[in-house]
Design a protein around this ligand. Structure first.
Ligand code: ADP
Ligand code: MG
Length: 325
């Protein structure tokens, strides 16, 4: 591979169907891919050139640093610095490179823009410098970037989803040992709906303030198992009920919901043709996920967003279905 060749790679955002705040407690999660993705274009440098330059559309200015001198700077480029830092720590020396980042994954909306960036960049660097990394190793490195460099206490779900999920399946993941199973989504009978509430969750480490709540986590794990069974049995009404139970648990037991999200979930769940709805992602803002009768998802999602905006002084954005990358 020529040194100056342009390398392209990408990774998708994810929506978690159920299994919230379980991943950093060694529990089960059930994410799937969304169409929105982060794309990187990498121009590798020669071995002796250690300069990195990073551009990301929508983010301020070009950032430059040198491989080997990565320091946390509390800006978005920490996610890139952290990647070359962790690669070196793990014995994968890479030279400098120029990278351009473009993303359609909304930031801070519970859809995992950070993991999409990490996985896209790690994939690109793997291709550019022939690094011997598996998809699971890429996910693990991404998590360590957040835990050990950025300082965000996150589990492994987001990176595993960005690395391994696809839009036709739910990724049933056991975060204790990273074993996983792909459960087909009944997309001939149901449309997935994802709506951004317009309220961003706080940046880095937003989960770290939430106390571990045993009640919620044990029951949420059981709900993931029940959801997998219901999906396998094609029982969409049961999936919808489990979404509702999960939401109430996040609202009342774990207390990570906010009134605006509760309104959005209530409006969604009240629409005819909706099987169920819940807050997705870490909470304190972000997005909701719902399942609706096949073919009706877009119309119903638009209706939910409209009713929400009439009730709340925020603009909801329908991300799925129909919002292509
Ligand atoms: P999310 O739920 O979207 O993952 P996080 O707070 O975990 O929210 O990560 C968001 C942060 O990740 C952003 O503030 C930014 O620092 C970084 N990030 C995500 N996407 C990009 C991008 N396309 N370009 C640059 N930085 C990004
Ligand atoms: Mg994130």
């Amino acid at each position: 591979m020529g040194q100056r060749e342009l390398i392209r790679a990408s990774a998708h955002g994810r929506v978690n169907l159920i299994g919230e705040h379980t991943d950093y407690n060694g529990g089960f999660v059930l994410p799937t891919s969304i169409p929105q993705s982060t794309r990187v274009e990498i121009r590798p440098k020669t071995k002796s050139d250690l300069q990195v330059s990073i551009e990301s559309s929508g983010f301020q200015k070009v950032i430059r640093y040198e491989i080997g001198s990565e320091k946390k700077n509390d800006d978005w480029a920490d996610y890139v610095r952290g990647i070359t830092w962790i690669l070196a720590r793990e014995g994968h020396q890479v030279p400098g490179f120029d990278v351009r980042i473009n993303s359609t994954v909304p930031v801070g909306s519970g859809l995992s823009s950070s993991a999409a960036l990490e996985v896209a960049l790690l994939r690109g660097l793997r291709d550019a410098f022939s690094l011997p990394l598996t998809e699971v190793q890429i996910a693990q490195l991404g998590q360590r970037v957040e835990n050990d460099f950025v300082g965000a206490r996150v589990g492994i779900m987001d990176q595993m989803a960005a690395s391994l999920a696809d839009p036709k399946h739910a990724l049933f993941l056991d975060t204790r040992d990273l074993s996983y199973q792909k459960v087909p989504l009944p997309l001939d009978r149901a449309d997935l709906i994802v709506i951004n509430s317009g309220i961003s969750h706080k940046n880095v480490g937003s989960n770290s303030g939430a106390d571990y709540n045993t009640r919620h986590v044990i029951l949420e794990n059981a709900r993931v198992l029940s959801t997998v069974q219901a999906l396998e049995a094609g029982d969409l009404a049961a999936v919808g009920r489990l979404f509702g139970e999960s939401h109430r648990s996040m609202r009342d037991d774990y207390e990570v919901s906010i009134p605006e999200i509760d309104v959005l979930v209530e409006i969604a769940a009240a629409q005819s043709g909706v099987f169920g709805a819940r807050l997705t992602g870490g909470g304190f803002g972000g997005s909701i996920v719902a399942l609706a009768r096949a073919g009706e998802g877009r119309r119903i999602a638009d209706q939910i967003a409209k009713l929400y905006s009439e009730q709340i002084n925020e603009k909801a954005t329908v991300l799925v279905p129909g919002a292509g990358p």
